[in-house]
Write a protein that binds this ligand. Sequence first.
Ligand code: ADP
Ligand code: ZN
Length: 281
Amino acid sequence: MTLYGAVEAGGTKFVLAVGESPEAPREVVRIETSSQPLETVARVIRYFEDNGPLAALGVATFGPVDFASGSITTTPKAGWQDFPLRDALAQALHIPVGFDTDVNGAALAEARCGAGKGLDDLVYFTVGTGIGGGVLTGGQLVHGLMHSEMGHLLVRRAPGERDAFRGVCPYHGDCLEGMASGPAMEARWGVKADQLPSGHDAWRIEADYLAQACVNVACVLSPQMVVLGGGVMNQSHMLERIRGRARELSNGYLPLPRIESPALPYPGLTGALLLAREAAR
Ligand code: ADP
Ligand code: ZN
């Protein structure tokens, strides 16, 4: 059997796995993301040397990234600006490396073997410490000038919002991430999002922003499905709230995409295995 390696690279942790098939990542380990990229990369290399040999590696990473150089670019994560992650791994392991954003990887994974199995047009959002979005359209991951950055969609104020919350995005203030990420909820309400009871008005407001995001991507990309993952979506009542609010916002004009939770335990990691398999071809 051919063995592939997968890296889901995040600002707090790297998740590593190997697998013969994307559906079954195994030997999953987590390592802390050091402020010294070469230190983290050395641990990644050691793990794959110990668990190989691999036919190819897939990397689904935090960004922003530049695909020409395979680098992470303007991240606020200390030490990682302009770090050439793809080539650092390819040169040490001497194998092909598939490289994309974490959310593009997750979109690919949910479309190939998750909630949207068999779909060619799917958008994946993660709503966590930040908000990110990945796009698969016509079966292809979207890159373009760089890649989608749908966390920074510009949104309008939720109705009935009693405060004048300015938002937490250092660049835009009140963009989607500025208004609806986990840290935005904490800054607005003074408690962590997971401490807010399900009946709290915070969730109506949160659902409004995420519904705006769903309707906006429906207008631009017309995906068949939008998958909403990330820590803040670990609230069982949210999916139905967002679906309802999206229907209200689109007001019968558009056929809306299905709005679903991820079906995979590790969408980004599974995406990385799929990227590895494509890189090996
Ligand atoms: P990251 O984005 O750092 O990869 P997560 O997707 O887990 O990690 O998102 C972390 C954010 O999700 C934090 O702001 C945290 O407060 C929030 N969060 C975690 N669990 C829950 C929960 N059950 N309900 C609401 N928010 C949560
Ligand atoms: Zn922003």
